[in-house]
Write a protein that binds this ligand. Structure first.
Ligand SMILES: *Cc1c(COP(=O)(O)O)cnc(C)c1O
Length: 413
């Protein structure tokens, strides 16, 4: 959905140079149809498997993005009361919401119960007890799944790997049966799901399939013990190509390899994809302020910064740098950095780039997931606008913050 047409980079049918002139930089730009395409890819791949796909809101929680997915029939995976509030505002169906996360507060649990969400993915026995207490006090029944830790190595960046025993997430799969047995005796809950989420940006399917095997074996044991397990939630985690030469597993392959495992089990498969739905649908559009040379090094200083897109600083993540006006081959090696007062404020290091000049626009690619949601006002920088493109239409999904926005809620003593 981002491609050159006569030497200019477009998002769908909107050229990014004109867009920058009209809305300023830095700006997040999302292709609505790229998001929908990925959503439909999941639907097509899973069509012969009873399924419920719950988009992981934390990847990109803009209301317009949520509304786009809600209208397409998506469920949602949330990790806070705030995310539930957003989903409801966007027109999402609470009955297709799953609530994940290691530390749900009593208020968040009550809010979710009142709105009638589908289920809670519980991460500890203490949490199950709390949900039981709150639900039974108000005469409600909560559907729960226990998030188990299948102890598989997801082979991804340590900060986004979650499926090993030493991580804070989930409970040891070997302790799960006892926990289910005790949970079955509690009022106000129905333990009818098993869930896991082993990590993010997984480029290979093997760890996901190993997690599927281990959780399916648990489902079988629980059913033998008399527990009516109806849902298996394998979480999110499918990776995307941040580099052109990277290879990622396709949604279709994942589904094809899962299908035989699930046949005639009478089990609804749930998935919680975030990144694989929105990452490639977004860019951060930013403008070169100046070129600076320090000794041997060249710095391309742009108007976007780590407060706008934190992934490179946080995970040493790679984002392709694409000039908005097509340029001849790369002729320089430079760091692309922002104006924030931190050495960690970089978008690219020692990158081969075309001869960029002040005023040139560049797109930081694959920024639709974990981009704006991780942004901050550090250095008192107003956060960028978010623009959703649909064909030739531009929708301002979030307006650029103003200086007044920076101080909202503050007061002078
Ligand atoms: C973050 C997260 C997801 C989404 O992961 P992606 O890698 O973005 O697909 C799904 N489920 C849970 C529990 C998560 O924490």
């Amino acid at each position: 959905m981002f491609q050159y047409l006569q030497g200019q980079l477009y998002c769908e049918q909107v050229d990014l140079k004109t867009l920058a002139a009209q809305h300023g930089t830095p700006a997040y730009v999302y292709s609505k149809n790229a998001i929908l395409e990925r959503w439909h890819e999941y639907q097509r791949a899973l069509c012969s498997i009873p399924n419920r796909v719950c988009y992981a809101v934390k990847a990109n929680s803009n209301l317009a993005v949520l509304a786009t997915l809600a209208r397409a029939g998506a469920g949602f995976d949330i990790v806070s009361g705030g995310e539930l509030f957003r989903v409801l505002k966007a027109g999402g169906d609470p009955a297709s919401v799953v609530f994940s996360g290691v530390g749900k507060t009593a208020n968040e649990i009550s809010f979710a119960l009142e709105r009638g969400i589908h289920s809670f993915n519980c991460e500890s026995e203490a949490e199950i007890a709390l949900i039981s207490q709150i639900a039974s006090a108000s005469g409600l029944k909560a559907s729960i799944a226990l998030r188990v830790n299948p102890d598989v190595n997801a082979k991804t960046h340590p900060y986004i790997s979650t499926g090993l025993r030493e991580h804070k997430f989930g409970v040891d799969i070997n302790a799960a049966e006892d926990i289910y047995r005790r949970a079955a005796l509690l009022p106000g809950i129905t333990a009818e799901g098993v869930s896991c989420h082993i990590g993010s940006q997984l480029l290979e399917l093997d760890p996901l399939l190993e997690a599927a095997d281990k959780t399916l074996a648990l489902v079988a044991r629980l059913r033998e013990g008399g527990l009516p397990i109806r849902f298996l939630d394998l979480g999110g985690g499918l990776g995307v190509k941040y580099r052109p030469n990277e290879r990622n597993a396709s949604i279709a392959d994942f589904a094809a390899r899962l299908r035989p495992k699930l046949e005639s089990l009478n089990l609804t498969l749930m998935l919680e994809p975030g990144r694989s739905i929105v990452a490639e649908a977004g860019i951060l559009l930013t403008q070169v302020l100046l070129i600076k040379r320090n000794g041997q090094k060249t710095f391309v200083i742009v108007d976007g910064a780590m407060n706008d897109l934190l992934r490179p600083a946080l995970y040493q993540a790679h984002h392709e740098v694409t000039p908005v006006i097509e340029m001849p081959a790369e002729t320089m090696t430079a760091d692309v950095v922002g104006p924030v007062c931190e050495t960690g404020d970089f978008f690219a290091r020692d990158r081969r780039l075309p001869a960029l000049q002040p005023g040139d626009l560049i797109a930081l690619r694959t920024a639709g997931a974990y981009g704006f949601v991780l942004s901050s006002n550090y250095n008192s920088r107003p956060r960028p606008c978010e623009l959703l493109i649909d064909g030739r239409r531009v929708f301002v999904a979030r307006s650029r913050e103003t200086f007044d926005d920076l101080m909202r809620g503050e007061s002078l003593p």
